[in-house]
Design a protein around this ligand. Structure first.
Ligand SMILES: [Zn+2]
Length: 199
């Protein structure tokens, strides 16, 4: 690898920053890119260069938007009384795929981590509080990961929402669709038991 031209080494080091891409894959991608036409490479690099200007987080909800239009806040087509709290803009698209939610979103931008001593910034909480006060929101749905960090953040936010007198729900945890009981891990099975509903 040290025999590679330095430009190629730099390209490989950038490609390795992508998730799941190790040295071998990065090398393969780099050689593949060398076979692209100059025109395609220019178009690709132009897209990368303007990515942050063309796509930015909405200042109200934190979802991704292009130019000056937020598909979730603008247009008034969504129910204004429910607010779904997620950690990253990516989660929004996963929830949209289900077509089960027609309310508004609020992106937290990260989770608190008790192990790493990371908290939720004061301005993030203030922004959420302001949004709840200035809009007719009646219920906040906490849609955070079922992990140590997700659970800790959910508890922390729930306490704040209680203080603010806001009705709060959290996504149910349970058996994955199409799974049999003996294949489900104990943690999931335990949550499915405690979260059982009248049938
Ligand atoms: Zn928005």
């Amino acid at each position: 690898m040290s025999q590679y031209p330095s430009e190629l080494l730099t390209l490989i080091s950038y490609l390795k920053k992508l998730p799941g891409v190790g040295t071998k894959t990065a090398e393969r991608f780099a050689f593949y890119l060398l076979e692209w036409s100059k025109e395609d490479l220019t178009k690709f690099s132009d897209k990368l260069a303007t990515l942050k200007e063309k796509i930015s987080p909405c200042t109200t909800c934190g979802c991704l938007m292009d130019s000056s239009h937020c598909g979730f806040c603008d247009g008034g087509k969504r129910s204004p009384t429910t607010l779904c709290l997620v950690s990253s803009p990516r989660d929004v698209y996963a929830i949209e795929e289900t077509r089960a939610f027609k309310g508004l979103y609020h992106v937290l931008g990260g989770l608190l981590s008790p192990l790493e001593g990371r908290s939720i910034a004061g301005e993030v909480l203030e922004k959420l509080h302001r949004r709840l006060e200035e809009n007719p929101i009646e219920e906040v749905i906490i849609a955070l990961d079922s992990t140590l960090e997700g659970d800790a953040t959910a508890l922390f936010i729930k306490k704040k929402l209680d203080e603010w007198g806001m009705s709060t729900t959290r996504l149910a945890f349970g058996l994955p669709m199409g799974s049999s009981l003996d294949f489900v891990d104990y943690g999931t099975l335990e949550k499915a038991f405690t979260g059982r509903r009248v049938f």
